[in-house]
Design a protein around this ligand. Sequence first.
Ligand SMILES: [Zn+2]
Length: 431
Amino acid sequence: MGDNVSKRLKLISATEAEMEERSFPNQYPDWEQGVVASNAGADVEYNDPFDAEGKVNAAFQMRVQSKIKDLLEQMEEGLKTADPHDFSTYTGWTGIALLYLQLHRVSCEGSHLQRALDYVKRAMRILNGRRVTFLCGDAGPLAVGAVVHHKLNNSVESKDCVSRLLQLQRSVLSPDAEIPDELLYGRVGYLFALLYVNKEIGADTVDEGIITKVVTAIIGSGKNMSAEEKKTDRCPLLYEWHKKQYIGAAHGLAGIYYMLMQPGARVHPTMLAELVRPSIDYIRHKRFRSGNFPSSLSNESDRLVHWCHGAPGVIHMLIMAYKVFKEEKYLKEAADCAEVIWQRGLLRKGYGICHGTAGNGYAFLTLYKLTLEKKYLYRACKFAEWCLDYGTHGCRIPDRPYSLFEGMAGTIHYLSEMTNPEASSFPAFEL
Ligand SMILES: [Zn+2]
């Protein structure tokens, strides 16, 4: 027995060491209402990012703007050697177009919109018909192309993009298509493209009937898997990717349920209550004591704190569940996710949004938008502050270092949210 205990202790310390390895200790003091004032003048380095009205102050905004300018130059230079054939939103040209669309949204500068057009045109020239999703397939460039052309009043081109986008539905709906359901490569990633176009161009750009067909296919697939696994009672909608039942936002259940709860998906309230809600509760029971979530249903190690795997992705599902079902427990667990992210979210993997510090910062922004609690805006600012020292912490360099989801473009996207945090939105995910 003594042997067992020491084995277990070894295991615990190994896990702790690994946690240390995955993230930097967060040295920033946490937000405590009132403490700022009492610390003023003391030698505690608090660095309050707010002005008297509680807005992100001008000095911090200026630091952020100057860093954005600097990183944009580095990114443009770096992109000269990027893979010319990668058109994707995740790591390719459409992601860069989406960044410029965001910069145009916050600054209203016409040159950004022009850049977005250049990049998305470049992407649309090299589509390959292999995948259907917004993040990794043809739907991303076509949806972003439709939006950029719409903003430039090129209505013929915009409509052409939408009709090409809709042609992809055949392979999404085909019953014998070997398409998964998750966000990166599956049906939900196509659903996002439709919802995105409707949000950006107008609610009836994509016909409700088409959205319903896609939603029905996703729900049907989840019911089948749940029946196969004999989990109809506990988890009526079950999905897998590469033979694993992932939980996170990118490949897993949280990303799928999150999209099904979007108002634009128009899933019937009965279905939400009878299918989506119990499935969400099933995932909730898998959470670790720390408040973090496993990467898959069969995984029991509390390691990853990324948007793609772990609390920073699941938090979005919980927040949406709170909005839809109006139950405090979802909000409470979202707040627990935020604690884990604050403790373990400054990642050694880098500053990106899929598995980096910027993506983790979005969790605070989303919780701030819901609660308007200053604590979350403060934490978002501190993660932005960390990103201001881009490249100085000794993080791993990602494979696509300038891309939207792995690299610098994602960090710039996050930093640009500091201008108007109330209107922030995780790219290719939040609507
Ligand atoms: Zn990732």
